[in-house]
Write a protein that binds this ligand. Structure first.
Ligand SMILES: C[S@@+](CC[C@H](N)C(=O)[O-])C[C@H]1O[C@@H](n2cnc3c(N)ncnc32)[C@H](O)[C@@H]1O
Length: 240
């Protein structure tokens, strides 16, 4: 059993909480006391018939701004060889693979996902590319399931607005960061009157609210580097 399947197996055995309870009063999923902030947003990723190839075509193409700017985003993460990175909401593994090359064989990348089919895909592509420093972690919707103080950087691209339980998820990210560790969040600008109808409907909160939520979870904003994004922003946080 290689490291990815071992880690997946362990996560399956030890990891995920069960399905959320539903609050009868509001018909709102509630997990460990926290109500979902966007019920159903991850349904398509969790579907058994998830078409991974369709998402590769959707996530890994030049007309997607974060793909077009992927090298600048990687540079803004300021990774050193040997570091440990968690790509939280790794999706098809676009950034996971870039991080794996950046941290090198002495480093480690955890591809953290709620969607088992994306993790299968990441496992297969890592094996094909001989990127042996990638481990898949099947996490819970409210817990990244990483060991305490185990990573130097947590990276959350186009995924913060998919967190149904941001308070608990952020607390689990905070626990996973080593002292001096950082959190980088890339997400959509959401500006009424400017952003598209799709963004306004799909993305529940704009940059100011996201920043407030993350700061309230025990982080401080360190920087907002200009990486040439227009539809998205990049915020870097440290621990408070
Ligand atoms: C829009 S995709 C972004 C994928 C990748 N980060 C990228 O930018 O190409 C969002 C991903 O977040 C995952 N996701 C949603 N909620 C999550 C959570 N609480 N913890 C970890 N992953 C989550 C989804 O399964 C999905 O793969």
């Amino acid at each position: 059993m290689n490291r990815i399947s071992l880690s997946l197996g362990l996560s399956l055995l030890l990891g995920c909480s069960g399905a959320p309870e539903t609050s009868s009063a509001e018909s709102m999923p509630v997990l460990d006391g926290e109500a979902s902030v966007k019920p159903g947003i991850n349904e398509r990723f969790l579907a058994e018939d998830l078409d991974v190839d369709a998402f590769v075509k959707r996530f890994e193409l030049e007309s997607r701004e974060v793909f077009e700017r992927r090298d600048e985003i990687l540079d803004a993460c300021r990774l050193d060889p040997g570091e440990r990175v968690a790509d939280v909401g790794a999706g098809t593994g676009l950034f996971t693979r870039m991080f794996a090359k950046a941290v090198g064989p002495e480093g480690q990348v955890f591809a953290v996902e709620i969607a088992p089919k994306f993790l299968d895909h990441i496992q297969r592509s890592a094996a094909r590319l001989k990127l042996r420093n990638i481990s898949g972690v099947l996490c819970a919707e409210n817990d990244v399931k990483l060991a305490p103080e185990s990573v130097d950087l947590a990276f959350v691209c186009d995924t913060y607005h998919h967190f149904e339980y941001p308070k608990a998820t952020l607390a689990s990210i905070r626990r996973a960061l080593r002292p001096g560790g950082r959190l980088v969040v890339v997400d959509f600008e959401r500006i009424p009157g400017v952003s598209t109808e799709w963004v306004l409907g799909h993305v529940r909160a704009g940059k100011a609210v996201v920043r407030e939520e993350i700061e309230a979870a025990g982080f401080r904003c360190l920087a907002e580097p200009d990486v040439g994004l227009k539809e998205n922003y990049l915020l870097e946080f440290g621990l408070r």
